[in-house]
Design a binder for this molecule. Structure first.
Ligand SMILES: Nc1ncnc2c1ncn2[C@@H]1O[C@H](COP(=O)(O)OP(=O)(O)OP(=O)(O)O)[C@@H](O)[C@H]1O
Ligand SMILES: [Mg+2]
Length: 327
């Protein structure tokens, strides 16, 4: 049985088609990512799967329960971490978890140990008796993740779990998510704008645009399908070099970006020597050159035609880079 199966899941807000006949299957135990530009419909899909919103048509099974006909069974079997902060900052960290555990009917006998276990997972054990209003945003986020897990859900929904966090806090959250998968029998659906996050964590991703799935596969397969690679070259005469590369018609595109020349090609590995040769034949000295395999950012751009939201850029380009310095 799949953890999630949607059947033509659709949501209209008036005339706006927010989610358009979406069909997704998520296997048990996988981390599945929903990627898409602002307003693509990611949160709306999650809200329907969590039974917060009713579909206009179509339906879905979550843990085998129908989101329309068996909403309360769905609710009991899932955990949610919303896009917008939702912990109560007038309570302590522990009190927040207790309130939630109570709400979900976690037996008193198990409550303490379950809460301790989750506090430990998100490294808040030593701060759990402080008021949440004194927490940093990273700590709040970690508490929200712990809260989403306190009633041992089978499926956890994380809507932008690391938005606005610094790279270090983000890394921490990734490690909790990975750890969680090892210790619990759980399936995770997450939305994110950070391509590196999706690439590192998700077994499969779906790219959503204007309410529809435009691509769905393993991150590596999506990158491979794209085919193009980028060679970035820094020369002592970039303008002349661009001209010479253009003359050879080997590239899909060539452009100056900052003080470098970016050349995208279908088969960069085999063309690399030629790219070097063009420079030396024309007396252009190369200062550095590196080959970059396609990134998930490139996949995203290809399918949605949109660049990523600000703030995610610093994370791009850290993946499969083969850097070669040429003296
Ligand atoms: N309650 C609502 N009433 C009317 N329109 C809505 C409502 N909720 C969402 N929408 C619209 O539905 C579309 C999808 O919104 P949604 O929040 O699902 O996008 P998203 O992919 O989560 O975006 P983001 O990346 O900004 O979080 C948007 O055009 C949004 O304005
Ligand atoms: Mg959203």
């Amino acid at each position: 049985m799949n953890a999630i199966e949607t059947m033509d899941l659709t949501k209209k807000f008036g005339n706006l088609m927010a989610v358009d006949s979406v069909n997704i299957q998520v296997e048990r135990g996988e981390i599945f990512g929903l990627l898409g530009p602002n307003g693509a419909g990611k949160s709306t899909i999650i809200s329907m799967l969590c039974t917060i919103l009713k579909p206009t048509s179509g339906t879905a099974l979550v843990n085998g329960y129908d989101i329309v006909r068996q909403a309360s069974l769905v609710r009991k079997s899932i955990g949610i971490v919303f896009q917008d902060p939702s912990v109560d900052d007038r309570l302590t960290g522990r009190e927040n978890l207790e309130m939630h555990a109570d709400l979900y009917g976690v037996p008193k006998s198990e409550m303490r140990s379950q809460i301790d276990k989750m506090l430990e997972l998100v490294e808040l054990s030593d701060r759990c008796n402080e008021f949440v209003r004194n927490y940093s945003s990273g700590m709040r986020r970690r508490l929200e993740i712990a809260r989403g897990l306190v009633h041992t859900p089978k499926v956890l929904f994380l809507d932008e779990p690391t938005i606005g966090l610094d790279p270090q806090s983000r890394e921490h959250i990734w490690s909790y998510i990975r750890e969680l998968l090892k210790i619990e029998d759980i399936t995770i659906i997450l939305t994110t704008h950070y391509m590196e996050e999706a690439d590192k964590l998700c077994k499969r991703v779906a790219i959503v645009d204007h309410g529809s799935i435009v691509a769905m596969d393993k991150p590596d397969s999506l990158k491979e399908k794209l085919g193009v690679e980028t060679i970035t070259v820094k020369t002592q005469n970039n303008n002349l070099y661009v001209e010479k590369i253009k003359e050879t018609h080997i590239a899909k595109s060539v452009a100056i970006a900052g003080d470098e020349v970016k050349i995208t090609l279908l088969n960069a590995h085999t063309i690399l020597p030629l790219v070097v040769d063009i420079a030396s034949r024309n007396g252009i000295k190369i200062e550095s050159i590196y080959l970059q395999e396609p990134q998930l950012d490139d996949v995203f751009l290809h399918y949605t035609g949109k660049a990523l939201r600000e703030g995610s850029k610093e994370l791009s380009g850290m993946g499969a880079i083969i850097r070669r310095q040429i003296k």
